[in-house]
Ligand binder design. Structure first.
Ligand code: ARG
Length: 461
């Protein structure tokens, strides 16, 4: 019999019961549900809404339920409507009518809004930690490769030479923003909806500040309807996770390319690659491919949440029960991807000779050749055109800018002298890109230093 059965003259249809139930996926919030109820019961006792002795008995009862769930001596009832009903029913089973007093001045609407916030706040500790761990892993690899030269690409065409450190630190910068976005989202959701009641607040003289403080929220939600009717915090967080996954996915895509025979810039450790059932030579980057795939799934979760909310009138509607599977799926998968990606990256071998060889091809120093003329006084557009003509000549003669004879250079303009070869050498091209944030070893070391400072600061939080 449901706890709300009084108004009904019939049992609810079995199919509807099963359809309605969320215990299969909201049971994971049991610790948060109990923590919220303990705060509520404490406040009810302190405000004299229930007897102090009953409040204490309820708290003890809730603590024993928590312990029994943790050690496995109590199992979830799959027929319960949701985790909130399950805990309350179990409490009443243990305490009799005292247990029935817990739900005074509270509704499941503010209860569930509270539980999700508590749950997300807890879970994000882990995701934040993993995000910093990944940033640190990237920084450590970058520290070993400030002098490793590789081709930088635009349109996946070789563009200008860069350092491998510079390339991968791009991902550390993205992850830094991801970390900050998660902190922002968690900061904004850190208001306590408990006491909003079903929608309109309550006639009991409750103390919302107390429950908010007990549960370490910044303040109680200002508007009780708002407290129970929005899930923008789930959406915002899911969006932050989608972006994080998008960054992991782009990094994964690059690693997939780099593992191919066409690139051969990196090699994955055998523990993080898989073979083929038919082709004995294969070593496949499945981990990175799965991360790329799961990004689509997390983006799907975000769409689920946005679409679920877009037409809902205020305040609570049962549609909102659908928030949990989506946001939980996003969290589970992001966490799983981070956990797998970090050791995979840490053990990945960087094949610097292949990177350098690739950088030596593709006229990657053409910009530097034009810049050489500009530094000798020629307007950039003219220098650009001359260099383009020289590249075409090299292609025709199967030469590179490094091997093109000086006479050919001088046939275009006598601004070219012997020092052009020095100016367009790969090492010069990279070393001279020393503007703030650029690719030279010196500039990258400054960036790395800043990232280390950020990491130290964030790891303290
Ligand atoms: N299981 C419900 C959910 O997840 C709890 C809130 C139910 N409230 C209600 N008025 N039926 O949203």
């Amino acid at each position: 019999m449901a706890l709300w059965a009084g108004r009904f003259s019939k049992e609810v249809d079995e199919t509807v019961n099963a359809f309605n139930s969320s215990i299969a996926f909201d049971a994971r919030m049991y610790a948060q549900d109990i923590r919220g109820s303990i705060a509520h019961a404490t406040m009810l006792g302190d405000c004299g809404i229930i007897d102090k002795s009953e409040s204490e008995a309820i708290i003890q009862g809730l603590e024993s339920i928590l312990k029994d769930l943790q050690d496995g001596s109590l199992e979830f009832d799959p027929n319960a409507e949701d985790i909130h009903m399950f805990v309350e029913a179990e409490l009443t089973k243990r305490l009799g009518s005292t247990g029935k007093r817990l739900h005074t001045a509270r509704s499941r609407n503010d209860q569930v809004a509270l539980d999700i916030r508590l749950y997300l706040r807890d879970e994000m500790q882990n995701i934040k930690k993993l995000t910093l761990e990944l940033m640190e892993t990237i920084c450590n690899i970058a520290g070993q490769h400030t002098e490793t030269i590789m081709p930088g690409y635009t349109h996946l065409q070789r563009a200008q030479p860069i350092t491998f450190a510079h390339h991968i630190l791009t991902y550390a910068q993205m992850l830094k923003r991801d970390y900050e976005r998660i902190c922002d989202a968690v900061g904004r959701m850190n208001e306590c909806p408990l006491g909003s009641g079903a929608l309109a607040g309550t006639t009991y003289a409750i103390n919302r500040q107390q429950t908010s403080d007990l549960l370490a929220f910044r303040q109680p939600v200002e508007n009780s309807l708002d407290g129970v009717s929005d899930r923008d915090f789930c959406i915002e967080l899911c969006c932050a996770l989608s972006l994080l996954m998008t960054h992991l996915s782009r990094f994964s895509e690059e690693i997939i390319l780099w593992c191919s025979w066409e690139f051969k810039f990196v090699e994955l450790d055998d523990a993080y690659a898989t073979g083929s059932s038919i082709m004995p030579q294969k070593k496949n980057p499945d981990v990175t491919e799965l991360i790329r795939g799961k990004t689509g799934r997390v983006n799907g979760d975000l769409m689920t949440l946005l679409s679920m909310m877009k037409g809902l009138p205020l305040a609570y509607n049962k549609d909102m029960q659908e928030d949990k599977e989506a946001i939980f799926d996003a969290i589970d998968n992001t966490e799983l991807c981070l956990k797998t990606f970090i050791p995979m990256l840490r053990t990945m071998r960087v094949l610097k000779d292949n990177m350098r060889k690739a950088a030596a091809k593709g006229f990657i120093n053409a910009t530097d050749c034009a810049d050489y003329l500009v530094k000798k006084g020629m307007p950039f557009r003219d220098a650009y055109k001359i260099t383009g003509t020289l590249v075409a000549e090299c292609i025709e003669k199967d030469l590179t800018l490094e091997t093109l004879p000086l006479e050919d250079y001088q046939a275009m303009t006598d601004l070219f002298t012997e020092d052009v070869y020095q100016a367009i050498s790969l090492d010069t091209c990279v070393r001279e890109r020393k503007s703030y944030g650029a690719s030279s070893p010196d500039a990258v070391k400054i960036q790395l230093q800043h990232l280390h400072e950020v990491l130290t600061e964030y790891q303290k939080l």
